[in-house]
Design a protein around this ligand. Structure first.
Ligand code: CA
Ligand code: CA
Length: 339
């Protein structure tokens, strides 16, 4: 059922993804909305920038963009914030719902259980291409119990919510009167003017002897030394903010963007793209037929030996109904700039 994607993100439930593509940004649930509040958001004035980096990502060529200003959440959406949304709307996440036979054709009835993908380090050294050896579909794993039954988010209220699908993220954004960022908006905000730099904080990996992001240290995937203090998620403000005052734009959890994924999705990169919205169709050569959305920023599982996703010039993708222990989101909003 789970199939390969670069950098280890298995995709699931392809049929549902196709249905979701038809629905684009319109998940079925009509959630009651709250008035937009820009509290906890930062105004990004927009302008011109060069995004992408072919050195780190074959599918992210350098491209000039010009963006209109927008508001963006200063942090990844937290468990506390997501809990408010669930309390107000009764939203049931993808991971909390039992998949239907139509969503996962060919899977025996007894295996159709609600759950999500959890990182489970293999006991011995493994071929880094064998990503399935460290991903497990865990029954009962969801945003409330990230490691499965018996785990909880008590004490992790200010950690990013995880095990949320793209569909869940869009539902939250609609409720908050916000939306998911386009990939261009996300990277523009992450770089904070440091075009063509390797890291969101500059060109050198370490700042004052420390790597200012929650990623992986040690031997991947067996042993995480957690030298940075966090084996999995960290509180959303635990690491330094970038030049625009945003936290977590490198590492901690992957963040869903609104764009469909396509390796050539940037189009003609000799021309300035004005507020690009991404391609109209999705295509992933690693998994043809699976329609995927872009994810950005990397996670606590990134490291230089395996996944460079924490660098701002890299991309990841997954189907809109996939949820994982290292994937969350933040929102943007269209509202007048601060006075
Ligand atoms: Ca870490
Ligand atoms: Ca992040």
């Amino acid at each position: 059922m789970l199939v390969a994607g670069a950098c280890s993100e298995p995709a699931a439930k392809q049929k549902a993804a196709e249905a979701a593509q038809k629905n684009a940004q319109e998940p079925a649930a009509a959630a009651p909305q709250v008035p937009l509040s820009t509290k906890g958001m930062i105004w990004i004035a927009g302008g011109e920038a060069t995004l992408g980096s072919q050195e780190e990502s074959r599918d992210a060529p350098l491209r000039p963009v010009k963006l209109t200003g927008f508001w963006i959440d200063q942090t990844e959406v937290t468990n506390a914030q997501f809990g408010e949304f669930v309390k107000a709307t009764g939203h049931v996440t993808t991971a909390e719902r039992k998949p239907t036979p139509e969503e996962v054709p060919g899977v025996p009835e007894e295996l159709l259980v609600a759950g999500s993908l959890v990182f489970t380090p293999p006991p011995t050294a493994t071929d880094l291409r064998e990503f399935w050896s460290w991903w497990s579909y865990v029954e009962g794993a969801n945003w409330r119990q990230p490691e499965g039954p018996g785990s909880s988010i008590i004490g992790r209220e200010y950690h990013p919510v995880v095990h949320v699908s793209w569909d869940d993220a869009v539902s939250y954004a609609k409720w908050a009167n916000k939306r998911l960022p386009t990939e261009a908006e996300w990277e523009f905000a992450a770089r904070a003017g440091l075009d063509r730099n390797r890291y969101v904080w500059g060109q050198e990996q370490l700042v004052n002897g420390r790597l200012p992001a929650n990623i992986w240290q040690g031997e991947f995937p067996q042993r995480n030394s957690a030298q940075d203090g966090y084996e999995t998620t960290a509180p959303v403000r635990a690491f330094p903010k970038n030049g625009f005052g945003l936290f977590g734009m490198s590492g901690n959890v992957w963040e869903w963007c609104s764009d469909w994924y396509h390796p050539a999705g940037y189009g003609d990169v000799t021309k300035v793209a004005i507020d690009p919205q991404g391609p109209k169709v999705s295509y992933d050569p690693d998994e043809p037929g699976a329609k995927k959305r872009v994810m950005r920023g990397g996670s606590f599982l990134c490291s230089d030996v395996y996944c460079l996703g924490y660098l701002p010039g890299t991309r990841m993708k997954s189907t809109p109904d996939t949820s994982l222990c290292h994937t969350g989101f933040r929102c943007v909003a269209d509202a007048p700039p601060p006075k």
